[in-house]
Design a binder for this molecule. Sequence first.
Ligand SMILES: NC(=O)c1ccc[n+]([C@@H]2O[C@H](COP(=O)([O-])OP(=O)(O)OC[C@H]3O[C@@H](n4cnc5c(N)ncnc54)[C@H](O)[C@@H]3O)[C@@H](O)[C@H]2O)c1
Length: 252
Amino acid sequence: MIIKDKVFVVTGAAQGLGFAIAKDLATFGGKLALVDMNPQGLDQAAAALGEYGVEIRSYVCNVAIEADVVAMFDSIQQDFGQIDGLVNNAGITRDGLLVKHKNGETTKMTLEQWQQVIDVNLTGVFLCGREAAAKMLEAGQPGVIVNISSVCRDGNIGQSNYSAAKAGVSALTATWGKELARHGIRVGAIAPGFVNTEMVKTIPEPVLEKLKTLIPLRRLAEPAEIAHSVRYIIENDYFTTRTIAVGGGMQV
Ligand SMILES: NC(=O)c1ccc[n+]([C@@H]2O[C@H](COP(=O)([O-])OP(=O)(O)OC[C@H]3O[C@@H](n4cnc5c(N)ncnc54)[C@H](O)[C@@H]3O)[C@@H](O)[C@H]2O)c1
């Protein structure tokens, strides 16, 4: 797909990876529907992208709430007249061990911790993917969906909720790629390793330094490097169903 003048919905676009992906698409002339729960962050992101001279609109939406996602995609379709691409990027962490037993006391990952991450990182991806695909089908136009998984999809200590959700995102990618190919809709995913964003800033510095020693390239990814991989999936018309790991060689 040629990015110039196509319309892309990017979720979680107020900061971090989502913002970097939006910026990359704007650089190549893509029109942007920026989606996030954070209205101030969205305003700042839209202002920062103004210099690229492409059409940009912002949508405040919690991707985990079905009615809001449906209404949001209706508005985007109405505002832009078409939806060519979706980058399903919004995500959160609520880390904790499954169970921990220390000094005679057992603590557990709470159902709330589990559910919050599944709601945003898996159900949110499902809802946005479903609505974007429906709009593409109704318009009879080809399209592309890029989901953001994680190398943690293969399992990571302290992330039962996150790893399960990200494995689910890869499964959705393969399933949708197969289901939607006959409609000209391609679906791919990127599984980043650790990326230099706010999400990683929640990791204590000593833990992060140790993590870097496990990365063959010995550093975190910059958001722009992941955005570059997202663009590869968008632009390559023969790519679908797969998840590409971009983790500096890291295996978790
Ligand atoms: N940073 C990393 O190391 C890393 C690694 C692998 C995968 N990822 C994935 O990349 C994606 C982006 O991560 P990031 O590092 O930029 O995180 P971030 O915390 O910097 O940004 C996430 C954005 O998503 C928004 N958001 C959160 N919940 C939302 C919801 N329910 N509805 C709408 N918007 C919501 C936030 O407001 C924020 O703007 C996530 O899916 C994350 O799991 C990140």
